[in-house]
Design a protein around this ligand. Structure first.
Ligand code: VGL
Ligand code: ZN
Length: 239
């Protein structure tokens, strides 16, 4: 299948192993039209000054803009909540942001109100180069259930259509950037693995919340234990 602007490039993942001495092993993989970049929730509310700010959340925009140039398929997601979404702490009497409750049988972190449909907080960061974005998938519209993954809601009841879109375009490997590492990026990655993609998280093109503390480390270990790869933006090079 041929798409306009298809680009070939090389990206590499370096593995360092300690075996008495440092052995540096380099693995190179060719990137082609089967690779897609997913830019997760690169929205104002997740950046400093927003409603649910992630530390340095805005710093990665420039990194992502550079990365996009290496991919012919770039997809973005947007957290897109109604104003009365049940993940919002003010919807529950006596609950404070970052408390954890049970909601319809699932653990639910109480978030500050964020990414309300149509508000400036829900807009993609204005410096994000959306010219390179082929499609935007929205999630979190059902008031009753949160939706971290770009593929489906947390209750596994409804899908966004992202999987069908990627498969229709012949995408076999997805590369993840955006916010937040330990929530929407992580859950999108885990679903990606479940749905049969090779999944790489471009770690310096993400930033995390780390709530509760340790969430970052735990989620990254879990992701790698399921076959997810970690890379850095400098591993991607156009040749
Ligand atoms: C996110 C918390 C609540 C995210 C979205 O994009 O990681 N986190 N909604
Ligand atoms: Zn949300």
């Amino acid at each position: 299948m041929k798409r306009g602007g298809e680009r070939d490039g090389l990206w590499q993942v370096r593995h360092k192993e300690e075996k008495g001495q440092n052995i540096e092993e380099e693995e190179k993989e060719m990137m082609n039209g089967k690779d897609g970049l997913l830019v997760i929730d690169m929205q104002n509310d997740f950046c400093p000054g927003g409603a649910l700010p992630v530390e340095e959340g805005d710093v990665i925009v420039a990194v992502i803009n550079q990365l996009m140039k290496h991919f012919s398929v770039v997809v973005a997601t947007q957290d897109w909540h109604p104003a009365n979404h049940k993940s919002f702490a003010p919807m529950h009497q006596g609950k404070e942001p970052y408390d954890v409750i049970e909601l319809h049988g699932n653990e639910q972190v109480m978030w500050p109100e964020h990414c309300i449909q149509g508000t400036q907080g829900a807009d993609l960061h204005k410096e994000l180069d959306t010219r390179e974005v082929c499609a935007i998938f929205r999630k979190g519209m059902n008031t009753e259930v949160d939706s971290y993954s770009g593929f489906r809601d947390n209750s596994k009841e409804s899908i966004t259509g992202l999987d069908g879109y990627l498969k229709a375009l012949g995408i076999e490997r997805i590369h993840l950037a955006g916010l937040a590492t330990d929530y929407c990026v992580y859950y999108t990655g885990m679903d990606g693995i479940r749905n049969g993609y090779g999944v790489t998280m471009i770690l310096d093109a993400t930033r995390g919340i780390d709530v509760p503390p340790g969430s970052m480390q735990g989620k990254l270990s879990e992701f790698q234990s399921k076959g997810g790869k970690i890379a850095k933006s400098s591993d991607y090079a156009l040749r």
